[in-house]
Write a protein of this length. Sequence first.
Length: 453
Amino acid sequence: MLYTELQPVDSFEVKLAHPFSAYDRQMLTLFYQPLIGPEAISLFMTLWTDAESKEPQEHTHYYLMNMSSFPLQSIFEARISLEAIGLLRTYKKKQEIDKRSFLYELLPPLDASSFFNDPLLSTFLFSKIGEQPYRQLRDRFLEKPIAKDEYQDISRTFLDVYKPARGDQAMELTAGMQFQGKSEPPGIPFYVLNFNFDLFYNGLSDQMIPKASLRSISQEMIAMLAFLYSLSPLDMQKVVMIAMDENHQLTEEKVRKAAAEFYKMNTSKQPPKLQSVFTQPVVDEEPKENMSRDEELLFYLEHTPPKEMLRKVSKKEPFLVDIQLAERLINLHKFPVGVVNVLLQYVMLRNDGKITSSFVERIASHWANKQVNDAKTALKLSREEHDQYMKWLKEGKQSTPRSRKPTREEKVPEWFSKRDKKNKKSEKPDDFNVEEERQKLLKELGIQESEVK
């Protein structure tokens, strides 16, 4: 509940990391506002104005509610948006029982160059405002090149103009003091702990890729690209393979482009969008009394995370690929949790405990066309269309090229049948060259001969 996080009577003070400029205001308005919205920027501007007063002042959050005309809920959501984007740090005073006090430290926005070079921020801005406005914004902040070779530097140095003064009284007056100064913008607070670097590095070692080639790429960049494009450690291995040149050299720019291309080929041609995952904690819904068996099942499917459902059905820890499939159905295809649980459970029960991605996606496509939005509808449709789904499953198992047989045989003349029997023993694909076909396959997959030896 909101009152556990923030109340109108809670007090706060504001601190500036350093004095901001008109350039910072442009960055906030043109770059950050499309991402976090006008309410968050309005809160930042209000706190900025308050922090510029000569004497630090303490206010309650009633003050912010009156100044902005926002309800407390909107102020809190704006605050966490500023925290997440790297514009605000919030500190809570320790050992306070009767009341809570906060310190809001405003942080400077990134400059244009840093913003465009940040894969998360630049991609989300592009997806938010579109290609043409993005190009216009880029061109607005481009630095006009100057032909410096046509000029000669004639600037004087300090010693050319001034003589050094004697005495250290000035240094004594300021020794040990802390002053306001311009600090580097910290950017987005991003953590790399959720990325499995052990699996990532081990896989690259197996493919004879030296770790020295990865020293030019920071772990933060790898984890950030994986988060941005929803890529697993195995996917990131493929991205690195695509980005690496013939000399096993890597640059962050090549890795960024390779990740974007991999995303386009395997997920979507549209850039990923920024979505808020923060929700206010609510009291867990309790199951009603005297529920029927179907009602209990529906309640379980609607209120259980897919990972937990997979663990319970299989009675073991689910594989990462199955978890990622569930996440893709929820995040990319916008299926509710209950619908995803019904789909995965149905496939596991009908496919001998196995989750086949192609089978899942075929049913998911059918449900998307039918606009299935809840577990009850999903259960009903899975029962009504059971025969069709089993037919799809059977077709999928028989779709391997080697085992496929023609479903219809054309009638042929009798002499041709006898000829076929006569020459059956002598038939042999003399023109089939195994090594030649192997080389063709390697070429189609883009695999070098040295990689398979």
